[in-house]
Design a protein around this ligand. Structure first.
Ligand code: FNR
Length: 243
């Protein structure tokens, strides 16, 4: 693994520890480190923490996928897995878990006592360039678990993990409603979070259970074509906002 030395990690990540000792290119010796994911490593060098990234991943656009359902057999999750396959080369998708984020309480930030799961979530999202939301509708809005993740990532306001990141939304329902209410409630929050949200095509998937076979695969040609069109438009949006 070739490593680049990056900025000092944000608060909340100096923990672990995973024993690590290696020399790379004769330059770095890590005494201990924390593997955050396959691309990122937080290491200690001469007592100071650094974020290290795999060289090959630096040019990849990272798309975080947030699923608004924790259900084991979630249709949203299965749809998201199908959609993840449609991104072109140069795009890396990553499912970001939102199920263990504690209920957000503003005191966490006001009293500088942010729970580890929230710090972890914020850190992960900071590494992400764009966000795909795939969600069901709960009582004509988004599920609380997804709203909680949106809120937890939005503070401190000046460090919001969402600011300026392109986003796209797919809502689904096993019935006929297709999650329109959830889709638009989420859009309302994303506008306030300064996320450029894909406008067209809109993705409302009705009768979602029927779209998936017993292996969770979407095989209907028309649906695949539509989802590919959706991903292509999202990619065009991400390209437009690349810094
Ligand atoms: C629902 N469901 C639902 N469906 C819908 O189309 N509009 C709605 O307002 C609601 N409301 C709602 C509230 C609650 C609390 C639950 C548990 C469910 C049904 C929902 O679409 C269905 O359970 C989906 O299967 C949920 O998505 P996942 O878990 O399959 O991704």
């Amino acid at each position: 693994m070739t490593l680049d030395r990056g900025p000092v990690p944000e608060q909340g990540w100096d923990k672990g520890p995973v024993p690590l000792s290696r020399k790379e290119n004769g330059m770095f010796v890590y005494n201990k480190g924390y593997i955050v994911d396959s691309a990122i490593l937080v290491a200690h060098y001469s007592g100071f923490p650094y974020v290290c990234k795999k060289k090959g991943d630096l040019n990849m656009t990272k798309v975080g996928i947030l699923v608004g359902s924790l259900r084991k057999e979630s249709f949203s999750k299965k749809i998201a897995e199908n959609v993840a396959e449609l991104f072109p080369e140069g795009y890396e998708t990553e499912f970001v878990n939102i199920g263990d984020i504690p209920l957000y309480n503003q005191d966490f930030d006001d009293e500088n006592n942010v729970p580890e799961e929230i710090a972890t979530f914020r850190y992960k999202m900071k590494q992400i360039d764009a966000v795909l939301f795939v969600t069901p509708e709960y009582n004509r809005s988004i599920p609380a678990v997804l709203k909680n993740a949106v809120d937890a990532g939005s503070r401190p306001k000046s460090e919001s993990v969402w600011n300026g990141k392109p986003a796209a939304i797919i809502s689904q329902s096993p019935g006929n409603l297709s999650g329109f209410g959830a889709n638009h409630h989420l859009r309302q929050s994303l506008v306030s979070l300064n996320m450029p949200v894909l406008q067209q095509p809109e993705a409302y998937l009705a009768n979602s259970a029927a779209l998936l076979d017993e292996n969770g695969i979407i095989s209907n040609e028309g649906t695949i074509q539509f989802l590919q069109l959706f991903v292509d438009a999202f990619v065009a949006l991400m390209e437009k906002y690349k810094g």
